[in-house]
Design a protein around this ligand. Structure first.
Ligand SMILES: [Mg+2]
Length: 270
């Protein structure tokens, strides 16, 4: 019952909340004199923590940055004291804003490419926390503070109720309109093919060139995904972009012309 209530709330949030457009070039080109940083340095201190150790969420913020930059690796659970921080991040506007910046940069890259129109330009998307969001599941399971439970997670996958990450769905539609085909490359296992395909379609991803799921012969996510991307390229496809929430989606060989990392402070996949 609890998971249904949380799911309903999150689905509503994902469906209705709008992320304001960020004018990225202007943000990037702001000069320090425009910000009057020298005059603001003292007022900035409480926000950066140099004056106080009592700022809620600060250490979790640093932990999240280290996770996103792949400095902290191999972790199994979110620190317990960061459950509220990660929950607020994932359910609030911050996660959506961060995702929008990634999607906007990815689309700008796609538009900058000289596409051949021969049907061989593809975009590789991961599934979990990239195209589909498991936030309803993780909201009911401590936002990653409890160890991964494959039985529970597979039950959730089988339901096929994961909503789309709206920024990725918008990117997906824009890529299709540019003539780029989409390949979903996921660590989900082959036995979840039907529920994953149904879930993708119901979430708005109506078409794809390939949906590649994992069998049991690979040692690691990096090896598995590198090998699958290699096969795609050997079959004549050009990987215009490659997007995932885990570094293991993006590292290794045949990574694509550019890679794009979406945020995910809830779990780590090696
Ligand atoms: Mg993923």
């Amino acid at each position: 019952m609890k998971i249904l209530q949380v799911f309903s709330l999150i689905s509503t949030l994902l469906a209705t909340s709008e992320v304001p457009d960020l004018n990225i070039p202007n943000q990037i080109h702001l000069h320090s004199q425009d910000l009057h940083i020298s005059n603001q340095i003292h007022s900035l201190r409480p926000l950066s923590g140099s004056c106080s150790h009592d700022i809620p969420g600060l250490s979790c913020s640093s932990w999240r940055l280290a996770v996103e930059t792949n400095n902290i690796i191999g972790w199994t659970t979110v620190p317990e004291e960061c459950e509220n921080y990660v929950g607020n991040y994932m359910l609030g506007q911050h996660y959506r804003n961060d995702s929008k910046v990634v999607a906007d940069v990815a689309l700008a890259h796609a538009k900058s490419m000289n596409l051949t129109g021969d049907g061989k330009d593809i975009w590789v998307f991961d599934v979990d926390e990239t195209t589909l969001s498991n936030v309803p599941y993780y909201a009911s399971n401590g936002f990653g503070t409890t160890p991964y439970n494959s039985t529970l997670f597979n039950e959730w996958v089988k339901e096929g109720k994961a909503p789309a990450l709206p920024e990725s769905l918008k990117l997906y539609k824009n890529l299709l309109s540019l003539g780029i085909k989409v390949v979903f490359l996921t660590g989900r296992r082959e036995h979840t093919r039907n529920s994953t395909a149904t879930n993708l379609k119901e979430a708005g991803y109506h078409t794809w060139e390939k949906l590649i799921l994992k069998n049991s012969t690979y040692y690691s996510e990096v090896e598995y995904k590198s090998n699958e991307r290699k096969q795609l390229e050997e079959n004549g496809y050009r990987i215009i972009g490659n997007m995932g929430d885990q570094w293991s989606d993006l590292l290794g060989t045949n990574a694509g012309i550019r890679t794009f990392k979406l945020p995910d402070p809830m779990y780590y996949v090696s």
